[in-house]
Design a protein around this ligand. Structure first.
Ligand code: KG4
Ligand code: ZN
Length: 338
C-alpha cells in the first residue's frame, strides 16, 4: 500500500510516499528554517503562507522521485494535530483535496504518533510493545506503545517541553534558531560538571517531569554573569545544561523499564538527536540488557516519512477520516482534546 503522507505542523513542509509502513519511496522536505531564523523563532502566519506555496510542487516532486504516478497512490495521510493551527490546516486541506481527487482513503495522523512511527522505518523489525521516550520541541513524554495505535502515557512534562528549553537557552546565548542542535554542538567541547543546574525531583507521578525550573536557573545564571561582567564558559554551560536535561529524562525511563518489564526502548522527536541523551539512553539500555531503537538524525526531526509509516497502522486499525476532518492545535496522543 503506497501512502502519500503530508506534514505541515510547524516550519517544514514535507511530503513522503511510504509503502506498507516501512519502505520510504521518497521523503521530500521544504524547510522554512532559514526564513524564520531572522525572527528568532517560527512566525505562524509566515509558516502557513510558505506551506501553501510549497505543498503542491512538493507532492509532484514526491511522485517524480518515487517514480510513481497519481494512480499508484492508495491513500493520503496527513498530520491533523497538534501544531500551529494555520500550518496544520494547510496540510489537512491539501490532503483532503488530494484524497477526494484520487478517490482514496484519507488517514489522519497525530504528529507525535508519527514521531514514534519514525522508528518503524529505521528498524524494520521493530514491533510493539515497547517503551518510547518522546522529546520534541513541543512535547516530552514517556509512552508505553502497547500496539501500533494503542498507547499509554506513563509520564509527561508538567510545564515546558525539553526542546522549548533547549531553544530558549540557546537563543539567550545568541545561537541561531532552532538552537537545540547548536547548543548540542557547543556542548561537545564543554565540561558537564562545571555549572550546577537543578534536576526536577519526582512528584506524585514519578514519571512526570518539569523543565521550567532548569530553564529559569540557566537563564538566571546567564543574566547574572552579564550583570557582573563575568565571562561564561559557554561550551561547559551547554554541556551542563544538556546533562541536566538528560539526567531528568533518563532515570525516569530506566524506572519505567524496570517497572513495566519492557526490554525494548525507542526514542523519538527532534530532541532525540541530542548526543548526550542518545549516549545516556544507550548506556541505560546496556545496563538493563535492553534493545534500544534510536532513529538516525534525519528521522528525528519533522518529516513526511514518519507520518506515512504511522498512517499505515492507523489505516489497518480502521482510523480513516471523511471530508469533515478538522485540524487541531492541541490534542493528546490518545486522541483526546486538551
Ligand atoms: O520534533 P521536532 O522536529 O519538532 C516538534 O515536533 O516540535 O523538534 C524540534 C526540536 C527543537 O526544539 C530543536 O531545537 C530540537 O528539537 N533539537 C535538538 C537537537 N536537534 C534538534 N535539541 C537538542 N539537541 C539536538 N541535537
Ligand atoms: Zn515534531
Amino acid at each position: 500500500m503506497n501512502i502519500l503522507a503530508v506534514e505541515s505542523s510547524c516550519d517544514e513542509t514535507a511530503v513522503a510516499i511510504v509503502r506498507d509502513g516501512r519502505e520510504v519511496l521518497c521523503d521530500c522536505i521544504a524547510s522554512q528554517v532559514e526564513l524564520h531564523r531572522i525572527y528568532g523563532g517560527v512566525v505562524p502566519e509566515i509558516a502557513s503562507r510558505k506551506h501553501i506555496e510549497a505543498i503542491y510542487a512538493l507532492a509532484d516532486q514526491a511522485l517524480q522521485q518515487a517514480n510513481l504516478s497519481r494512480k499508484d497512490i492508495d491513500a493520503v495521510a496527513v498530520t491533523y494535530a497538534p501544531g500551529l493551527i494555520g500550518a496544520v490546516l494547510v496540510g489537512v486541506n491539501f490532503a483532503k483535496a488530494a484524497a477526494l481527487a484520487l478517490d482514496k482513503p484519507l488517514i489522519p495522523v497525530h504528529h507525535i504518533r508519527g514521531h514514534i512511527g519514525a522508528n518503524y522505518i529505521a528498524y524494520p523489525d521493530l514491533e510493539p510493545p515497547f517503551l518510547c521516550l518522546v522529546v520534541s520541541g513541543g512535547h516530552t513524554l514517556i509512552a508505553e506503545v502497547t500496539d501500533y495505535t494503542k498507547m499509554r502515557i506513563l509520564g509527561t512534562t508538567l510545564d515546558d517541553a525539553a526542546g522549548e528549553c533547549f531553544d530558549k537557552v540557546a537563543r539567550v546565548l545568541g545561537m541561531p534558531y532552532p538552537g537545540g542542535a547548536a547548543l548540542d554542538k557547543a556542548a561537545a567541547q564543554g565540561d558537564a560538571a562545571k555549572y550546577q543546574l537543578p534536576r526536577s525531583k519526582p512528584g506524585a507521578n514519578i514519571y512526570d517531569m518539569s523543565f521550567s525550573g532548569l530553564k529559569t536557573a540557566a537563564l538566571n545564571l546567564i543574566h547574572h554573569a552579564e550583570q557582573v561582567g563575568e565571562t561564561l564558559d559557554i561550551p561547559s554551560l551547554c554541556a551542563s545544561f544538556s546533562q541536566a536535561v538528560s539526567d531528568t529524562l533518563v532515570p525516569r525511563v530506566v524506572q519505567a523499564m524496570k517497572e513495566t518489564g519492557h526490554r525494548k526502548l525507542a526514542i523519538a522527536g527532534g530532541v532525540a538527536a541530542n548526543s548526550k541523551i542518545r549516549a545516556a539512553i544507550l548506556e541505560a539500555a546496556k545496563q538493563l540488557d535492553a534493545t534500544v531503537y534510536i532513529p538516525p538524525l534525519s528521522l528525528c526531526g519533522d518529516n513526511g516519512a514518519m507520518i506515512g509509516a504511522q498512517a499505515y497502522y492507523e489505516f489497518l486499525a480502521g482510523n480513516v477520516a471523511d471530508m469533515s476532518l478538522n485540524a487541531y492545535a492541541t490534542k493528546s496522543i490518545l486522541g483526546e482534546q486538551i
